[in-house]
Write a protein that binds this ligand. Structure first.
Ligand code: 5GP
Length: 212
């Protein structure tokens, strides 16, 4: 069974970049990691692709999925609906893949109830000025949207105590190493290591038995 990592931050906090970088490191080690693709009613930004960045759906399609119980979690964020389908998570984890969710704090709270062993990480921007600078540098949102996101960010950041880990994303290199450390440590917990450890124990015991 793979791990489920919930990574939350205010928008502009840098979590998508961080997750992508850590996934690259994991894949370099031959570990299977999957970045869950959410459904959203938000219109695509230039360059965003359906099925890669998000599944872009209408409010009606989204509501139908809610009715059919297809979401592990969903929430309204900055006026649009966002949700993680069970389908994105369950099969991959069963096949041993680590799954990363880039979701807001409301979604994180819902997952906590349904997947208690999920590892929850909160990414903090280093300051007000830096968050504003990052949102403006993306050139993806109109000033009104940026203002809304800056306001919502404070309430989101105040929820940090509900997470297992906090990373302050000041320097990308350092923050990447921190997230990588969390992911690695989570996978090395004794109950997670049961499979490979039992194999070593079996082999060891077999040798002892064969000794004269
Ligand atoms: P953006 O519109 O900038 O892509 O995302 C806005 C916010 O929605 C981000 O904080 C992001 O983490 C959150 N978000 C993206 N996908 C999901 C999801 O599936 N569920 C929830 N609850 N939040 C999501």
């Amino acid at each position: 069974m793979g791990e489920l990592f919930i990574v939350s931050s205010p928008s502009g906090g840098g979590k998508t970049t961080l997750i992508r970088r850590v996934m690259q490191l994991l894949q370099g080690e031959g570990r299977n990691a999957y970045f869950s693709v959410s459904h959203t009613t938000r219109p695509p930004r230039p360059g965003e692709r359906h099925g890669v960045d998000y599944y872009f759906v209408s409010r009606e399609q989204f509501a139908a999925m809610v009715d059919r119980g297809e979401f592990l979690e969903y929430a309204e964020v900055h006026g649009n609906l966002y949700g993680t389908a069970w389908e994105e998570v369950a099969g991959k984890r069963e096949a041993g893949w680590d799954v990363f969710l880039d979701i807001d704090v409301q979604g994180a709270r819902q997952v906590r109830g349904k997947v208690p062993d999920a590892v929850k990480v909160f990414i903090f921007p280093p300051s007000y000025g830096e968050l504003r600078r990052r949102l403006e540098a993306r050139r993806q949102d109109v000033p009104e949207t940026i203002r809304l996101r800056m306001r919502n960010a404070l309430n989101e950041m105040r929820e940090y105590g509900e997470f297992d880990y906090v990373i302050i994303n000041d320097e990308l290199e350092v923050a990447t190493r921190h997230l990588y450390a969390i992911v690695t440590a989570s996978r090395l917990r004794s109950q997670r290591m049961r499979g490979p450890v039992e194999k070593i124990l079996d082999e060891y015991a077999r040798h002892l038995k064969e000794e004269p």
